[in-house]
Ligand binder design. Structure first.
Ligand SMILES: [Zn+2]
Ligand SMILES: [Zn+2]
Length: 92
């Protein structure tokens, strides 16, 4: 079945359905109130002091420490670059 009925959104933390009464929204995802805490220090968050990063929630402090205020510190990501076209395999 390609089409599924619309279900309650899933909490990215525990992958269980989130109902409106307990939802907390961050970064376009819906979390349980009890899942809405910092992934590093475990502090409970609310919508004013949370930072979402790839479905993981952090408090402002931990997010700044982990990712930096400018958003760099993730290593540049050039490691997978491959420009090898295989031309050198063609013989002469
Ligand atoms: Zn949850
Ligand atoms: Zn934290």
């Amino acid at each position: 079945m390609p089409f599924k009925p619309v279900e309650n959104p899933k909490c990215p933390k525990c992958e269980k359905s989130v109902y409106a009464a307990e939802e907390r929204v961050a970064g376009g995802y819906k979390y349980h109130k009890s899942c809405f805490k910092c992934g590093l220090c475990g502090k409970m968050l609310d919508s004013t002091n949370c930072s979402e990063h790839e479905k993981e929630l952090y408090c402002k402090n931990c997010h700044a420490r982990k990712y930096g205020p400018k958003g760099y510190g993730f290593g540049g990501g050039a490691g997978c670059l491959s420009m090898d076209t295989g031309a050198h395999l063609g013989g002469s």
